[in-house]
Design a protein around this ligand. Structure first.
Ligand code: GLU
Length: 483
């Protein structure tokens, strides 16, 4: 029997979920689920300086909303608990000590000042190996003296370290280029470089899926596996996410390209399902040309072979298109659940928001567009009379004025104020007056809406506005055209 795949998502709680991180979570989850494997969530919070209050909730909430379910991790627990690194400190210390014993790591007592003085010669984070060869006695003495220390990984002096990434192929590095990196800091906290390896091993992770910024540091992690005598996992590094710059070039996706966190996209009116569908295709493609995927379909179709190593460009227009398609497909009740509270908030009381919501359903790309598309409902917009001019219907401000004057009394005496009745009324007027129906509708629609492009026609909009506001707007239009 082949081994069960175990993947993980190991975010640092930064307070928001970058789309790139969400994609990593998604691919890691899909890889496990496509093969009946297990998906673990681990919170990497050992960088206390960057700690943000409530940041873990953002992660849990985002994964829940997007339907990425973890089999082990915070909240659900599991056999490898705890899943928050700050709760695992003794484990890291124990494993670091093992490497000190076996000679793969050593205590370093260099002071901050000494390290600072090295910066110019060997660069930030560089180390000259000063404490590499302290004797057991010297170490013991320093410890007795209470000198602060870090534990460093002892890199081999020569040779190369290589591994084969599942996406990028072989990655090799000369060991002489590797610095003796810190594993345990002076405050007792481990570094990411060390503790994620210990955790991945202890948690049985078989496939490490993460952003390709770790591609070239992975040889160092491989050396840790080797030092412990552990089998290395498979590595699956994901291509960078880029954004389109104003000048047409691309650069790493960042705020200047638009919203880059899942939460911001949701706040802008994107549906989680649409976001997931879109980002699933940012670096992965199936053999066929399918574009729309439910999470279940993704779980079935996903495979490492479909991953690309070329950078993926985040295209906001494409996401918008996906979102509009998802909005159109939303059942009325789910659509209303989102649209009605927004309309209620922004529309005056007389507006029939249920009818307006129906008109907008197929005409918005995001829920964030509702306010803009409904601007003419909320306010009586400034307009000029050339809006009444329409070539196809042969309308002019003058003949529209005549139509409006004649239609007004008919509307005032209308008993039923619904789309069908109003439509019948205007059709009748068109037949009686000999004016083209299109010309009549045009005059009334412009008078009511005060805007050229509207969701819905004259009678639909009159139903949205209700009788009083519609008549009032008609009168205003007549006054303006008369003046
Ligand atoms: N905590 C790391 C990050 O958020 C995780 C990297 C990894 O998946 O190994 O970048």
């Amino acid at each position: 029997m082949s081994e069960t795949i175990v993947t993980r998502f190991a975010p640092s709680p930064t307070g928001f979920m970058h789309i790139g991180n969400l994609r990593t979570a998604l691919y890691s989850y899909l890889l496990a689920k496509s093969q009946g494997g297990k998906f673990i969530l681990r919170i990497e919070d050992t960088d206390q300086v960057r700690h943000v209050e409530g940041a873990e909730d953002v992660i849990l909430q985002t994964l829940k909303t997007t339907g990425i379910e973890w089999d082990e991790g915070p909240v659900v627990g599991g056999e490898h608990a705890p899943y928050v690194q700050s709760e695992r400190l003794p484990i890291y210390k124990e494993y670091a000590e093992k490497l000190v014993k076996s000679g793969h790591a050593y205590y370093c007592f260099c002071t901050a000042e000494r390290l600072e003085s090295l910066k110019n010669d060997i660069g930030i984070g560089g180390y000259d190996g000063h404490c590499r060869n302290l004797t057991a006695e010297e170490v013991a003495q320093n410890l007795t003296d209470g000198k602060p220390y870090v534990i460093r990984q002892r890199m081999p002096d020569e040779g190369t370290t290589s591994y084969v990434d599942e996406v990028y192929g072989e990655v090799s590095i000369e060991n002489s280029e590797l610095r003796d990196q810190i594993m345990i800091k002076a405050d007792g906290y481990p570094t990411y470089n060390f503790c994620h390896v210990v955790d991945d091993y202890l948690m049985g992770v078989t496939h490490v899926v993460r952003g390709n910024e770790y591609l070239t540091s992975t040889p160092k992690y491989c050396l840790l596996y080797d030092a412990f005598g552990w089998e290395r996992p498979h590595y699956v590094h994901l291509p960078l996410l880029m954004g389109k710059d104003a000048d047409g070039n691309v650069s790493k996706l960042s705020k200047r390209h638009g919203a880059v966190s899942f939460q911001d996209l949701v706040n802008d009116g994107y549906l989680p399902e649409a976001i997931v569908n879109y980002i699933a295709l940012l670096g992965w493609a199936s053999k066929d040309t399918q574009e729309f995927y439910t999470m279940d379909e993704l779980k079935q179709s996903f495979s490492i072979e479909g991953l690309s190593k070329s950078p993926a460009v985040f295209d906001y227009e494409k996401l918008k298109w996906f979102n509009s398609e998802y909005i159109k497909k939303l059942p009325d009740d789910q659509y209303n659940e989102k649209a009605l509270p927004i309309l209620k908030e922004i529309c005056p009381d007389y507006v029939n928001i249920e009818k307006l919501a129906v008109l907008l359903h197929t005409r918005i790309d995001t829920f964030g567009e509702i306010a803009e598309k409904a601007d003419f409902v909320i306010n009586r917009l400034d307009m000029t009379s050339d809006l009444y001019t329409n070539k196809k219907n042969k309308t002019t401000p003058e003949n529209c004025l005549e139509t409006l004057k004649e239609v007004l009394p008919l509307l005032e005496s209308a008993e039923n104020w619904d789309n069908d009745s109003l439509f019948a009324l205007l059709k009748q007027y068109s037949a009686d007056s000999g004016k083209k129906a299109g010309a009549v509708m045009w005059a009334v629609r412009i008078a009511i809406a005060r805007k050229g492009i509207t969701p819905g026609g004259a009678t639909e909009l009159m139903e949205v506005f209700g009788k009083e506001e519609s008549i009032s707007r008609m009168k205003l239009a007549i006054d303006e055209l008369t003046a």
